[in-house]
Design a protein around this ligand. Structure first.
Ligand code: SF4
Length: 423
């Protein structure tokens, strides 16, 4: 391996130790912290963070064998009742002072599979959001989904309703592996949906997975080449993570499906993707994303107002929250006029300072004046040792205005984030 490759693989291996979903550790909501959150919603939003509105649809047509997300089977009746509750919950937030004084830069339909909704339901939910929230003029609308419930008619309606981007879970173009993962359409159908979306002018971002059972390096290369042929704007490449309790975990244990490669194989597959995407002009961003969308290299939305059964990415001010599940419990809680929150975490000032420094992980610079405005001190006054250590190693640069990664630091940015997480 070339030196540069060794560094990338090393950084990749370190990245794999990044704690994936800390929301599982959030404390259960209590009357006291809920009261504090509701009081907070009664204040003016003075933060300059970019904001995302995320209505959450927990339904899927079927369960992919690797999936550990809190999803539920889709039904026409179920979604109608659910959407009424979802809109009511959105309205509860929209009526608070904090949200009235917030402008949202992005509307993201997350889940689950929001593409299970009909065109009419998508249009209705989108216009509900636009009527009830302050949405910025240059907002992006993104919908996550599966190719098998995006027929031509539904796709054609999307640009008309103002959808800008589809985030599609393709996982692989290999039909045998698709079947094994319980994906509902074949590679030809998936490609057709992507081509149609691209022709309609929609931006398309796809997920691919590697180190899947039976996926050789050659199969993985073919997956990457097909993504390149489809000319998608970005690709999120995820290594297979085996979560206990999933069908795939059981199948691997019983030997029903071939075993997967070791961490060395996995790192080599990542590297293959890194090199092939780089050759075609895609740049790495976030965790495992390769992209040519300029927005992906700008500041992401750090404030996320979302709601839905099992929604777990709420971040408003110093509060992070997870909603109740399943859908029938969510509907009952919302009907009773309560915020449907199951877990609620309140960050301390120290946590917030660490989080701001950890933005280096996603290649953002730390604006020193912004840091002082928020916390009363400069980063060097708070994280003196860590900053000196990283500067000495040539991993960060510090000037009067900002702190940023050096070229070497870019490779080691996960470790740099860890330095601040534990400072
Ligand atoms: S479509 Fe997505 S959310 Fe639904 S089961 Fe498959 S991976 Fe999970």
């Amino acid at each position: 391996m070339k030196d540069k490759d060794t560094e990338i693989v090393r950084a990749y291996e370190e990245a794999e130790h990044w704690p994936p979903y800390t929301y599982r550790d959030y404390p259960d909501v209590t009357p006291e912290n809920l009261h504090s959150f509701i009081n907070f919603l009664g204040t003016e939003n003075t933060s300059r963070e970019k904001k995302e509105l995320q209505p959450w649809i927990p339904f899927c047509n079927s369960k992919c064998t690797f999936c550990y997300f809190p999803t539920e089977p889709f039904s026409n009746d179920g979604i109608e009742r659910y959407l009424l509750a979802l809109k009511k919950a959105l309205k509860m937030y929209a009526e608070t002072r904090y949200v009235r004084s917030s402008e949202f830069n992005e509307i993201y339909f997350g889940g689950g599979t929001p593409s299970v909704m009909s065109s009419e339901q998508i249009a209705d939910l989108l216009s509900y959001c636009e009527r009830n929230f302050n949405i910025s003029g240059d907002r992006m609308v993104k919908i996550t989904g599966c190719t098998y419930n995006l027929d031509k008619k539904k796709l054609e309606s999307m640009p008309h309703y103002g959808v800008d981007q589809l985030d599609l879970g393709i996982q692989t173009f290999d039909d045998n592996i698709r079947k094994m993962l319980n994906l509902q359409d074949n590679a030809g159908e998936a490609k057709r949906a992507v081509r149609t979306a691209r022709k309609l002018g929609l931006r398309v971002s796809i997920d691919l997975m590697y180190n899947l059972p039976g996926q050789t390096m050659e199969v993985w290369r073919k997956d990457i080449r097909k993504a390149l042929e489809l000319d998608v704007e970005s690709v999120d490449c995820y290594p297979l993570d085996i979560y206990p309790g999933t069908t795939l975990a059981k199948q691997l244990q019983s030997g029903e499906v071939p075993s997967i490669g070791d961490s060395d194989t996995e790192a080599k597959m990542y590297l293959e993707a890194y090199n092939l995407f780089a050759e075609s002009g895609y740049k790495p961003t976030c965790h495992n994303r390769f992209s040519r969308i300029a927005d992906d290299f700008k500041e992401p939305c750090f404030e996320i107002l979302g709601t839905g059964a099992g929604f777990f990415m709420g971040h408003l001010g110093k509060y992070s929250y997870v909603d109740v599940e399943p859908a029938n419990v969510y509907i009952d809680v919302v009907k009773s006029g309560r915020f449907p929150i199951a877990k609620l975490s309140v960050s301390s000032k120290e946590d917030e300072m660490r989080k701001m420094m950890m933005r280096l992980y996603i290649r953002l610079t730390v604006d020193k004046e912004e840091f002082r405005r928020r916390f009363g001190n400069l980063p060097e006054e708070v994280f003196t040792d860590a900053i000196n250590r990283l500067k000495k190693k040539g991993l960060i640069e510090v000037d009067n205005r900002e702190i940023k990664l050096t070229k070497l630091g870019d490779v080691w940015r996960v470790n740099i984030a860890w330095e601040f997480a534990h400072a």
